[in-house]
Design a protein. Structure first.
Length: 172
């Protein structure tokens, strides 16, 4: 089995965790027309991303990530944020640390819509923060800066979300 096939097999198994969120998040707009939610709406509609959404609000990035994009977001779950050293998240959410929070959050975002099939062909990607995110594929698992990609291709109207199990930081 190729690395890409192993990767997609793992994603198919884990897709049940988040798959319903993206599908059920579509909403009607003016009659029967279905509209996909944007990246922020998908995150806000999933309780596993409540910490990410709070951080986006504190950083003033909600409007930007609700815009046209397209964006690819490597989105850490609440569990990923919980792995940060004690007090780190609370400190980052303080107004005086907004610049650092913005840098960390924009490091999780890549310009353009990069689907899983494309991610597995890359060695790196440039984040909106400006630094390069390392991408590796081994034994069917994809990592971005050491964080495991656990769910892929949550499509939004303005891009795509790939769920990761750790918070990644510039220069890591």
């Amino acid at each position: 089995m190729t690395i890409a096939r192993k990767f997609f097999a793992i994603i198919a198994l884990s897709g049940a965790i988040f798959g319903a969120t993206a599908a059920s998040a579509e909403h009607h707009e003016g009659g029967d027309k279905m509209v996909k939610p944007n990246i922020v709406e998908i995150a806000a509609g999933n309780p596993d991303f409540s910490t990410l959404v709070a951080a986006l609000k504190a950083a003033g990035l909600v409007e930007a990530l609700s815009g046209a994009g397209p964006f690819t977001v490597f989105a850490p779950t609440n569990e990923a944020f919980a792995q940060l050293p004690a007090g780190t998240l609370d400190s980052l959410l303080l107004p005086e640390n907004k610049d650092k929070l913005v840098a960390i959050l924009t490091y999780h975002v890549v310009s353009g819509k990069v689907m899983a099939a494309d991610v597995v062909t890359l060695n790196e990607a440039t984040s909106l923060e400006g630094d390069t995110i390392a991408i590796s594929v081994a034994n069917g698992a994809v990592k971005v800066d050491g964080a495991d990609v656990v769910v892929t291709d949550l499509e939004a109207s303005n891009g795509v979300i790939h769920v990761i199990d750790a918070v990644i930081t510039p220069g890591s």
